[in-house]
Design a protein. Sequence first.
Length: 339
Amino acid sequence: MSAPIIGKIKRLQEHKLKGWCLRRGSSEPLTLEVLMNGGSFTTVTADLPQKNLLKKGFLSIRHGFSVDLEHVQEERLAISMIDKKSGKPFHAGNSLIDTKELDPLIFFMHIPKTGGTSFRLMLNESVGQEHTFPNLKDITENNGLYPEINALYTLPSERIRALKLVNGHYPLQIIDSWHLPVKVVTFFREPVDRVVSHIHHLKQNDAACKALTREEIYSKHNASLINLQLRTLRNKSYPGAKGLDNESKVFNEEKLQASLDRLAAFGILEDFNTSIQWMEAELGTALGKAKHSNKSKITEEVSGDLINEITADCHLEQMAYERIKSEFYRRSGAALNPK
């Protein structure tokens, strides 16, 4: 197996999109194919000096690239970059770019089992299916699931130009390489309730879990269920959130706050009405009545012993959630009741 290709799109400067890319363990420069709005645009060689690579311990600093966009006429671009030889993309090798002053793009970061499907349907109806990725057609054609985020960067030009909303189970990290105004919204939920709901969801929808008890499902999936809301917040302000699991002991309050500061607005499922009012005020759109969907049909109670185990495991996320709730009421109150 060949070594992984890594890299990053770092900035848009004077009509040039700049970053770096390399194959780990190699000093040979890569040739990159640049795709724009789903079609081939140009090729570039990643052989420019990048001094910041010195401290990363790579074999060479000559792995930088620069893509000239000066004469591009499109108002909005979806840029995707791949290694021309292998056809493989590299980490953070995608970007959305506005070449003119357009309205902010809405990004709904859908954390599973937080009431997000209901909110997504409200958003989709308000914005319009033709302005949304993925829309209901995209999800239906993907067996009822959100497409992989890379599908966004191969959309045809007409879809990219019309785009007003991106929604999905995608982490906050994806906007780190976007070069356009964006309003991020999301929903959070009390951690134990969220995990129990997720267990019900797996029992109902995951073929591998249908014959398992809830205790067995939790034992199988607890590492991914616990602290999921914190991990979804991983981004350049809080890269360490990616490593939080069911055995983590601490979270970084300062970096959590920095991540919350990147959100235009956020809701908590326990106060859905206030959440919607704040979203409407921030997004400048009426979202209409709640469209409750994706509820589990399983109503059996989870055993007290399992609840106690989940509660103990969720202690870290519970502390973080108290901070999230406090920030929610502070910011929503200021937005909805200005002095």
